[in-house]
Ligand binder design. Structure first.
Ligand SMILES: Nc1ncnc2c1ncn2[C@@H]1O[C@H](COP(=O)(O)OP(=O)(O)OP(=O)(O)O)[C@@H](O)[C@H]1O
Length: 852
């Protein structure tokens, strides 16, 4: 593929910076440093899409350090500021599935720019809906390395050849595929971005390489020929033309590569195996500031001049050997450092080799960030834990920088839209980590930055992936700018670019093709200041490590508490559903037993009425009382509120019964809802099959309990009341269902489908029957009976039978008791039940003072 180079443009931003850690004063716009420059409108280039950021984001980002409330609406106003700025580009690459995936993927590709995250069941985010995240490009697992390079990295290589700085970094949790993306595999098809970028660069300058009459200030560069030979055997045979860029042939080109790593917040040169201390430890390099106001550079980092693709690949391979890699639980080859591979291209106009303006310099850095990781998941201890802490810290600082940059840009955009004026901007904490310190130039607009977000949807850490998504949403709102280097004259203040040597200097060509020179003379150091700075850095590092530990502990505690709460909620849910089931079963059993009770009562009433009208009532009373007692004893055991006691008052004049007690009890007894709902109670006498005047029953057409479950209506207790002169009548309130609608099932008593019912036994003396006895029984107020008290009195054991005199009213619950009462006391006595018998003392109370 051949793409014409871009026309370089003048750098748009100034370099009058203040230290990033300086306090943030309120100042006028002109005095603000680059990190506080306004956001710029988005500029489409190379066919890249406009960036749409993640939507629906409401919570914190990695390790909980990013702010809430980030959404599309928070994006800076894109209509303000420098035309050359555009949001950082974010590309999502999804790792392929493992052979035996243990998790269902929770990431769905919706389009080539959008993915949907659906939380797995075990996630803490149970209540969180699926969230859509938008990227500049989404690359599914099937994406080949070549395709990925062509879409993501090749535009940066084009920029590089055109003289623009670029930064590409891969971000993601451990094991997500960052190293695979940057470095790739062994086969040619599996080669990663660095290999392909080098091949493209070297292919582009093939035949156009020349000598450069410059030295690189501030850098130690280039091993001699022997050292280059020691870089290793060739991994790639010949220069490849694939991805070659058409460059301006009026220039000669020189390509340099460097490879550094930031390990435990220390910078090491991966291309300098000899860089060791006397104790045998690797020598850490310092970051130094450009005295003329530029960014930071790695002091002492070697830049190796490479002339062929093979040499370039060899240099990269040699660096890989020196990189810190260890096995963790989630990745057997986990990168424990941030690796920065840089390609520098210097071009000199053939016709004006000594003209400073004819020399251009640009750099592309490709960074394989170490993966954020949970110590729990990686099971890291000792050194690994320390590495993990420092990795997470630097990623945390990266996120903080992105956030402050975004806010600053937003504030400035807002201020601009309101006509300018002083703006108080936040301090970007670049210096809190080596990585952000080194790349602050890119984040403040000194080059295009591209972020590759790697995810492994088959990993168990859904929450980590969501955090990565949030980070990318945040980072992609930061605007970065172009940094075309038009010539050395305009870059005199940039210590990071080649400097012209005096014309008479032999050093220009002292070496075969590359000079090696330290360039730090311009930066004299005060040992005390250096020491203080080191101490300051040390303390800062400790502070942030402590903060990070706190944050980790906090997030773990939150996680634990949430998990515990969820567990409790589930247990409660289970308990309640079991209880509901149990209640339903109990209700059903209760209803069944009541129905049986009523049926038996009906049968007994019929049988007795045909033989001995006098005794029939007593027998019915006995049976019903016994059955009712058994039934209620059972129910009372399980459901305290389900005890039902029906009261009945037989007034000689009015002959009215009451169902008030039933309705009162309904407040405690769920089954009594049936009767409670039965607001209208009617009675009517319906002749039974044998022609006698049988019980009058009106049924609930369809009761609430019946609707709730398959519960059947229940038969309530039957309590006979004998007034001094009144005939004995048995009344039973019986809410019934369809089962009782068949007369034959109820001892020949026809049951209507009306609401609640009252069963009335055949009166001893029909002549005494009057219509008033058939009228609806009046309801009694709640105060008349207290279900709990009744329940307790119901259970109370009584060890003797006692008759007491009351006002001419005798309450006799069964035949035997009645006989005893008649023999012993006569009228006006009260029967007190023995153990296991029905307590009718409350009826005594009601009857007392109410002579009938
Ligand atoms: N797209 C892919 N195709 C095939 N294999 C892949 C792909 N992505 C990742 N892998 C494999 O997954 C494993 C882990 O990937 P890799 O080492 O790149 O993860 P990482 O994100 O760099 O992790 P860490 O941050 O711990 O270094 C490696 O064995 C790698 O070969």
């Amino acid at each position: 593929m051949v793409v014409p180079p871009k026309t370089p443009v003048t750098r748009a931003s100034s370099r009058n910076k203040v230290p990033a850690t300086a306090p943030a004063p309120t100042r006028s716009r002109k005095a603000q440093d680059l990190s506080r420059l306004p956001a710029a409108p988005h500029k489409r280039q190379n066919g890249h899409n406009e960036l749409g950021n993640a939507t629906g984001i409401t919570a914190a980002t990695p390790l909980g350090f990013f702010p809430a409330g980030l959404s599309n609406s928070d994006a800076p106003d894109r209509g303000v500021g420098d035309e050359d700025r555009e949001p950082l580009k974010a590309y999502l690459r999804i790792r392929s599935a493992p052979e035996n995936p243990t998790h269902t993927p929770y990431l769905t590709v919706q389009s080539n720019t959008t993915v949907l995250t659906s939380p797995p069941l075990q996630s803490l985010r149970l209540t969180r809906p699926a969230t859509a995240y938008t990227f500049n490009g989404v690359f599914p697992p099937s994406t080949s390395q070549a395709t990925f390079f062509a879409h993501v990295a090749f535009p940066l290589v084009q920029d590089l050849m055109a003289g623009e700085n670029g930064l590409l970094f891969a971000y993601g949790v451990s094991g997500a595929g960052k190293t695979w993306t940057i470095q790739g595999g062994k086969g040619d098809d599996d080669r990663g971005l660095v290999w392909r970028a080098l091949r493209s660069v070297m292919g582009s300058v093939k035949g156009l390489q020349g000598e450069i009459p410059v030295r690189i200030a501030g850098k130690t560069v280039i091993p001699d020929e022997g050292a280059r030979e020691s870089l290793g055997s060739g991994l790639d045979s010949e220069d490849c033309v694939e991805g070659t860029i058409k460059v301006d042939r009026n220039y000669t080109y020189s390509v340099f590569v460097s490879y550094a790593e930031i390990y435990n917040e220390k910078v090491f040169d991966l291309l300098d195996p000899s860089g060791t201390t006397p104790s045998g430890k690797r020598k850490a390099l310092a970051l130094k500031s450009d005295p003329s106001g530029g960014g930071k550079y790695i002091h002492g980092l070697k830049e190796v001049r490479v002339r062929t693709t093979k040499e370039a690949h060899d240099a990269f391979a040699m660096g890989l050997l020196a990189r810190q890699v260890s096995g963790t639980k989630v990745n057997h080859h986990s990168s424990r450092s941030h690796a920065i591979f840089s390609v520098r291209v210097v071009r000199v106009h053939k016709g004006r080799p000594t003209d400073p303006n004819s020399i251009h310099n640009s750099r592309l850095s490709i960074v394989d960030l170490a993966g954020s990781e949970r110590s729990k998941a990686t099971l890291a201890t000792g050194d690994r834990l320390k590495e993990s802490g420092s990795i997470n810290k630097s990623l945390m600082v990266l996120g903080q920088c992105m956030e402050v940059l975004r806010l600053n840009q937003r504030k400035l955009a807002l201020a601009d839209s309101h006509g300018g004026g002083p703006v108080k901007l936040g301090v970007v904490p670049f210096r809190h980590s080596k990585m952000t310190e080194l790349f602050q130039d890119f984040f403040i607009g000194e080059g295009r930055a591209v972020m590759v977000v790697n995810v492994n949807p088959y990993d168990g850490g859904f929450d980590e992936i969501v955090n990565v998504m949030r980070f990318s949403a945040l980072a992609s709102q930061v605007r970065t700018g172009h940094s075309y280097l038009s010539g050395l004259a305009s870059l005199a203040q940039n210590n990071d670019v080649p400097q012209m040597m005096p014309e008479d200097t032999d050093d220009v060509t002292a070496s075969d093709d590359i000079s090696t020179e330290e360039g730090d003379e311009a930066e004299p150091e005060d040992p005390l200041v250096t020491h203080l700075f080191e101490q300051l850095e040390d303390m800062r590092q400790k502070l942030y490590e402590a903060e990070m530990r706190c944050a980790l502990i906090e997030s773990e505690t939150r996680e634990e508490v949430t998990r515990e709460m969820e567990g409790r909620m589930r247990a409660m849910e289970r308990m309640f559903s079991e209880r509901i089931m149990f209640d339903a079963e109990q209700n059903e059993a209760k209803i069944d037993s009541k129905i049986d009770l009523v049926n038996k009562a009906m049968m007994a009433a019929r049988a007795q009425s045909s033989n001995d009208p006098d005794d029939s009532m007593s027998e019915v009373e006995d049976q019903l009382t016994r059955l009712d007692q058994d039934s209620n004893a059972f129910l009372d055991h399980e459901l305290q509120g389900c005890l039902s006691v029906h009261d009945q008052v037989n007034d000689g004049d009015s002959r009215s019964g009451s169902t008030a007690s039933d309705e009162d009890e309904a407040a405690d007894d769920p089954i009594d809802d049936v009767e409670k709902e039965a607001s209208e109670v009617s009675e009517e006498w319906i002749p039974s099959d044998d022609g006698s005047c049988a019980s009058s029953i009106s049924l609930p057409a369809r009761t609430k309990a019946g609707r709730r479950s398959s519960a059947k209506p229940i038969a309530r207790s039957i309590v006979p009341v004998v007034s001094g002169t009144a005939p004995v009548e048995d009344l039973a309130t019986v809410p019934m269902g369809k089962e009782n609608e068949r007369p034959e099932a109820n001892g020949g008593i026809r049951l209507s489908t009306r609401k609640s019912i009252h069963v009335k036994a055949e009166p001893k003396d029909e002549s005494r029957l009057d219509n008033s006895a058939l009228t609806k029984l009046p309801n009694k107020p709640m105060a008349a009976t207290k279900p709990k008290a009744v329940s307790r009195s119901w259970k109370k054991s009584v060890d003797h039978v006692k008759l007491e005199e009351i006002d001419a009213t005798m309450v006799i619950p069964n035949k035997a008791a009645r006989e005893t009462a008649a023999a012993a006391a006569g009228a006006g006595t009260v029967y007190v039940p023995g153990e296991g018998e029905v307590d009718v003392s409350k009826k005594k109370k009601r009857c007392s003072g109410k002579p009938r």
